[in-house]
Design a protein around this ligand. Structure first.
Ligand code: FAD
Ligand code: MLT
Ligand code: ZN
Length: 454
């Protein structure tokens, strides 16, 4: 029996897609920079079906690309050519919401927004939030160790995990559900899942630690003269306000693009080179007065401050930052460099990134924005051909010179494989490779992601 016939038997005819038109949306990534042909796309409905799919692929020696919402930005969720895409989109469900403990178990294919909606009704929230919330899945967020806008307060996805269920390439199931707040029985295998980018196992369920839902929030956008002023203001806001949830930076070039492609108006009439968005939140009292008072102490220019406490106003200000990804994608196929540097080098990175790009390609456009509170900057480059890596390399070289990391929250994927050793060193990558070889000796899970495939 052929592999595709075997897969049809496991998941059913309707969920084993071999028709190119039906496969297409699973074969190209969100940026359109990365794509490849799949032998088939399979959509298992249960952990048992995942086991059977992986066993069949391992027996046939055919690679498997796990895919959640396909919102990843480093090419790790789409085939390189000839693999099976294992879509988790039918592995959905919200189980065992423990409203006393603040914990929930979710199917790996459940979108973040669906989890948020379910737990918010019960007075809880998810510690990680990001702009792709309607589509990004919890499994994909664990696999990439997603960060997002609230890392300052709650940490990345790894910190939200209390337990997991996953299937290894040999079909064995690792299951530790429900999780425990204190659990020191050997190696932290869940921690290893976070950031594994589909190279070690297919995550099928996740037990999440929840955070209290905040009744009161306020958002402000400040216009500033330069990136250094934004970094300084972010530091002062963090020191003064325990309620800080998010600190985000964007520039006037980015705002211009967002206004071109989304129906939004600027935060205030007078434009500034750089903007800092701050969100504060509190469970008991409205933090708006404290925020306004602290902004006053920063000597912020009155013409360049906008504050909103109501939901519509907060949404309006957040759109200015969150719509960057989409606006850039509308302009062209971007090169996306998600990096972080020590905070005292952040302003230098924002200032120097466009120049290192311009030195190589005078027509390229560089738009930077990011999570300034935790040192994470997203440098997007428009202009170079998809396979022209010269400007990417120049920015990543600069990041290493500044003592930073070449992958902050999106992962390595296929985009930065060549940079893993440069960033982590030969010994660390050899240790990672040993783990990969032990978990996946046949090398069938996500070949070409993180490491060159063998
Ligand atoms: P996919 O894109 O489908 O897959 C991503 C990786 O995870 C791939 O390597 C894939 O093989 C692996 N994978 C997926 N599911 C599983 C599974 N069940 N088991 C094993 N491996 C799996 N990211 C951030 O960190 N912070 C942000 O603020 C942020 N904002 C974004 C905003 C927009 C508009 C967009 C488009 C993307 C954004 N991202 C952000 C990137 C993306 O949303 C995250 O990387 C997210 O975690 C990917 O989830 P996904 O379900 O789409 O995974
Ligand atoms: C963001 O913070 O907006 C994202 O991580 C996505 C991007 O880099 O555009
Ligand atoms: Zn981000």
């Amino acid at each position: 029996m052929s592999l595709t016939d075997a897969l049809r038997e496991i998941v059913g005819e309707r969920h084993c897609l071999t028709d190119p038109a039906l496969r297409a949306s699973y074969e190209t990534d969100w940026t359109r920079r990365w794509s490849g042909t799949a032998l088939a796309v399979v959509r298992p409905r249960s952990t048992e079906e995942v086991v059977a799919v992986l066993r069949a692929c391992a027996d046939a020696g055919v690679g498997v690309v796990p895919q959640g919402g396909n919102t990843g930005l480093v090419g790790g969720s789409v085939p390189r050519g000839g693999q099976i895409v294992l879509s988790t989109l039918r592995l959905t469900g919200i189980e065992d919401l423990d409203t006393d403990a603040g914990e929930v178990t979710v199917g790996a294919g459940t979108a973040l927004a669906a989890v948020q909606a379910a737990v918010r009704e019960a007075g809880w929230d998810v510690g990680v939030d990001l702009g792709a919330r309607d589509t990004a899945t919890v499994g994909g967020m664990v696999a990439t160790n997603a960060g997002g806008v609230n890392v300052l307060r709650h940490g990345p996805m790894r910190r939200q995990m209390l337990g997991f269920e996953a299937v290894r390439p040999d079909g064995s199931i690792l299951r530790r559900l429900p999780g425990m707040q204190k659990d020191n029985t050997g190696y932290d295998l869940g921690g290893l899942m976070a950031g594994s980018e589909g190279t070690l196992a297919v995550i099928t369920r996740v037990r999440l630690r929840l955070v209290p839902r905040l009744a009161h929030r306020a958002v402000a956008v400040l216009g500033l003269a330069d990136p250094r002023s934004a970094v300084d203001a972010a530091g002062r806001l963090r020191r003064a306000l325990a309620s800080v949830l998010a600190l985000e930076l964007f520039t006037d070039d980015g705002l211009e693009l967002v206004m071109r492609h989304a129906t939004v108006s600027p935060p205030f009439a007078s434009r500034r080179p750089v903007y800092l968005l701050v969100e504060v939140g509190d469970g008991a009292t409205d933090p708006t007065d404290d925020l306004v008072g602290t902004l006053g102490a920063l000597d912020a220019d009155d013409d360049a401050v906008a504050v909103a406490s109501d939901a519509a106003g907060r949404h309006r200000l957040w759109q200015l930052r969150e719509r960057h990804t989409e606006a850039i994608n509308t302009e062209g196929v971007p090169h996306k460099l998600d990096v972080s540097v020590p905070i005292d080098r952040y302003a230098e990175l924002v200032e120097r990134a466009p120049s290192v790009v311009a030195a190589l390609d005078g027509t390229a456009r560089t738009i930077s924005y990011g999570h300034v509170g935790d040192g994470n900057l997203h440098v997007s480059i428009l202009g170079p051909a998809a396979d022209d890596e010269a400007t990417d390399d120049a920015v990543l070289e600069l990041v290493l010179e500044l003592g930073g990391s070449v992958a902050a929250e999106h992962g390595i994927g296929v985009a930065k494989v060549d940079w893993l050793v440069r960033d982590r060193g030969v010994e660390a990558v050899a240790a990672m490779r040993a783990i990969k070889d032990a978990w996946d000796p046949g090398g069938i899970l996500n070949p070409g992601v993180l490491f060159e495939s063998r």
